[in-house]
Design a protein around this ligand. Sequence first.
Ligand SMILES: Cc1cc2nc3c(=O)[nH]c(=O)nc-3n(C[C@H](O)[C@H](O)[C@H](O)COP(=O)(O)O)c2cc1C
Length: 340
Amino acid sequence: MSYALARTLLFRLDPEEAHDLGVGAARWLAGRAERCRLVRNFIARPSVRPVELMGLTFPTRVGLAAGLDKNAEAPLAWWAFGFGFAELGTVTPRPQSGKPKPRMFRVPARQALINRMGFNNQGARRVAERLAEQKAAGLRPAMPLLLSVGKNATTPNDRAAEDYNLAATSLAPHADVLTINVSSPNTPGLRALQNPQELTAIVRAVLEPAAGKPVLVKVAPELEGDLLRSVLDACLSAGATGFIATNTLAKQPGEPREDGGLSGQPLRQISRARVAEIRKHVGDNIPLIGCGGINDAESARAMLDAGADLIQLYTALVYQGPFLAAALSRVGFIPPHRSR
Ligand SMILES: Cc1cc2nc3c(=O)[nH]c(=O)nc-3n(C[C@H](O)[C@H](O)[C@H](O)COP(=O)(O)O)c2cc1C
């Protein structure tokens, strides 16, 4: 099925309207298990090569990155499109509307997006209810679901750990893995939490409700060198299981573009370099998910070669359509080694 026609139409719309239309279509698909099975088996046809990681089985190494399905509206649709896991959220304890629109921008010449959504989401309680409803209705996919937690914009940083604890408490029963987002550039002050002391408190605040489930920390691409290493050490000492690298690239002062996080191709090299840096520091046995600018077999393979166990997609889905995940699972880029 060609995505080209759909893209022509979608790209005539405002990017967020196109996104909402896409998620709406996914929600429709996810409403029926039989429909999803047909799409997965006859259209997406991912090459299932299960990977064991964190005590879970991932049908493929290619996952959906956080931020596309912020309210967990369509997990079964992501499975139908051929993903091997999905990260849902980021979800904050209380609902919030995010930044004023417009807040999502396409940069087609660079196959990139800029966004300053600001954690618009329906809040942890509603998202938890929805996940419970999906499970009761037999609409939970047969793949791991990662749930990303964040803090509300109005919560001061010295009370951030409470927000992470609240969101994790609601969502942990419905998650296979919890992920801590301290790396969005769009919540003022959030990235200041990326230091050993604050992260120790936040990881501990999430570990308790996680009750033995894995907890990953997602880092910004700008975090490097000594500070990155001290953050990694602090997270692991506090009990974190592993890491996701990376979130989007913040705007530099004076850079002539919209405010917000840059994703897609311009992020590719830096995310890959960060994955390599993390792998070198933490050694072979810590789970690590690579994310940023992956849009073809070569970039997927390069991220795995840099040291990622699993990879995630977001921006490339906008340019190439949702079946990219299945296509990448089929191209045989995945080496059989490194099953943690
Ligand atoms: C519109 C948009 C919204 C996003 N929202 C979130 C979010 O809520 N939580 C999060 O951890 N990452 C979020 N991200 C970051 C992505 O998960 C991913 O880390 C980043 O886009 C790099 O991957 P990509 O180049 O494949 O898009 C968002 C990205 C975009 C483009």
